[in-house]
Design a protein around this ligand. Structure first.
Ligand SMILES: NC(=O)CC[C@H](N)C(=O)O
Length: 317
């Protein structure tokens, strides 16, 4: 049998994943696609797809798995690790903190309220913008190239690319992110030009993937930075440990506590409706369902992951 480690789970996934997706899709009408980035409003509001990948690269999929979507905030987990590779922990944690905020992902409240005015963590927008400034490269173009090469390597997909329409749509409307970035600049957190740093940030948010790409990227995190398929270390284990910790405490925005309670796995969601999750040492999982709840997470996607975690007792806690 191909899936030696947990044949029962694999067989159950093959048998039931399709019906679980149909059940969870019923949650989609409770949410709405994001519209503040106008291009994201074109996503199909009632769709839901999932890809589960094991350490051999075998997959079980369900839903409209061919559809492409942009990483958005999911990219922040990987740019954090790239900044750690390029600058180390001391520099990175002089620019961002280690704590959840309890505020919306695009809030600027605590930047002014709490000394020394650095973002609370690297997964909120302010933190991810600070992290974008730390990606190696002398020019924004080189930083974007470096980020794209890193994402391509982790996804093992040399054709990953930036969706230019989404990039432009965000860039044209990102008044709040611009104000966050100027605030950070004023607080001395950002070196370099605000517009250049935002270009890097919008670019990595606009990298387009499929559910399978997302599962493939998750797999590398599930194996602590080693790609089990190519048997190759891509990220130092310590940096994956840091990323996974943030995924538990802040990966699902202000619903991270609820998600930890009901699913209990490290995860990161994005405003296009994607969720990257891992079952440590076993599976990488990519989900996308564009209709979001009030906290910004995919309504159907969260429901589906709750079902899987319950069925297979996947919670780490
Ligand atoms: N939550 C998200 O996915 C936010 C990412 C998006 N690019 C933004 O900055 O608003």
């Amino acid at each position: 049998m191909r899936h030696q480690q947990h044949p029962d789970i694999w067989q159950q996934l093959q048998t039931h994943l399709g019906e679980w997706v149909i059940q969870s899709k019923a949650q989609a009408p409770k949410g709405h696609v994001a519209t503040y980035i106008p291009e994201l409003a074109n996503a199909s509001e009632d769709s839901l797809s999932i890809c589960v990948m094991d350490g051999s690269g075998a997959t079980v999929t369900a839903g409209e798995t061919d559809c492409l979507f942009t990483l958005q905030s999911i990219s922040k987990v990987f740019t954090l690790m790239l900044a750690l590779i390029d600058h180390g922990e001391a520099v990175v944690f002089s620019k961002v903190g280690m704590e959840p905020t309890g505020d919306d992902f695009n809030s600027m409240l605590k930047l002014e309220l709490v000394e020394p005015g650095i973002p609370f963590n690297p997964l909120i927008n302010a933190g991810a913008i600070a992290i974008s400034s730390l990606i190696g490269g002398d020019t924004p173009e080189k930083q974007i190239e470096r980020a794209l090469a890193f994402f391509r390597d982790i996804a093992d997909n040399p054709s990953l690319a930036i969706n230019q329409a989404v990039f432009k749509s965000e860039s044209d409307t990102a008044h709040r992110n611009r104000s966050l970035a100027y605030f950070l600049k004023d607080n001395g957190v950002l070196d370099g030009e605000v517009d250049d740093i935002l270009r890097v940030y919008f670019s990595h948010c606009s990298i387009e993937v499929s559910c399978k790409d997302l599962a493939r990227m998750a797999l590398v995190l599930a194996y602590d930075g080693v790609d089990p398929i190519r048997n190759k270390r891509l990220i130092p284990r310590r940096y994956v440990q840091i990323a996974k910790t943030f995924m538990i405490t802040c990966g699902m925005y202000n619903a991270s506590g609820e998600f930890a309670m009901n699913v209990g796995l490290p995860a990161k969601s994005g405003v296009s409706g994607g969720i990257l999750t891992i079952v440590p040492g076993r599976y990488g999982i990519g989900v996308v369902g564009p209709a979001l709840n009030r906290k910004g997470n995919s309504t159907a996607g969260v429901h589906l992951l709750e079902t899987l975690s319950r069925e297979f007792d996947w919670s780490l806690f």
